[in-house]
Design a binder for this molecule. Structure first.
Ligand SMILES: [Ca+2]
Length: 122
């Protein structure tokens, strides 16, 4: 009996670790297709993250460790595409019309709404 409790505790601990990891994940960006060339890591566990300035509109492939949404504009604005790990298009963003366009990234559960259009009177 004691042994089965121990095994259960170990399984529970492993599941906790996996769960914690899935909520703190990063995204690898590459300046060439098929995950080649220069790369950088963007942490997206705190919600919307702008890519570094030197990587703005540059990535040609992207390797998310969890479901993410990529955006054409900073602050998670503009046209967006949802990407699961190893989704079609992530190895070559040109195939989903997103090559050299990513400006920000968010996890799938933190999708931001488009900013309301401001009407300026002349
Ligand atoms: Ca952009």
């Amino acid at each position: 009996m004691v042994k089965s409790y121990l095994i259960f505790a170990i399984i529970a601990a492993v599941l906790c670790l996996l769960f914690a990891q899935s909520h703190a994940f990063s995204v690898e960006l590459y300046d060439q297709k098929h995950f080649k060339g220069q790369s950088t890591t963007v942490e997206v566990n705190r919600g919307c993250a702008d890519v570094p300035d030197e990587w703005d509109d540059l990535a040609s492939s992207i390797l998310p460790k969890d479901c993410i949404i990529i955006y054409k504009h900073p602050d998670c604005q503009g046209p967006r595409v949802r990407l699961e790990p190893f989704t079609f298009g992530s190895a070559y963003l040109k195939e989903i019309n997103f090559e050299d366009k990513i400006s920000s990234i968010s996890p799938c559960n933190v999708q931001s709404t488009p900013a309301p259009k401001t009407v300026t009177k002349s």
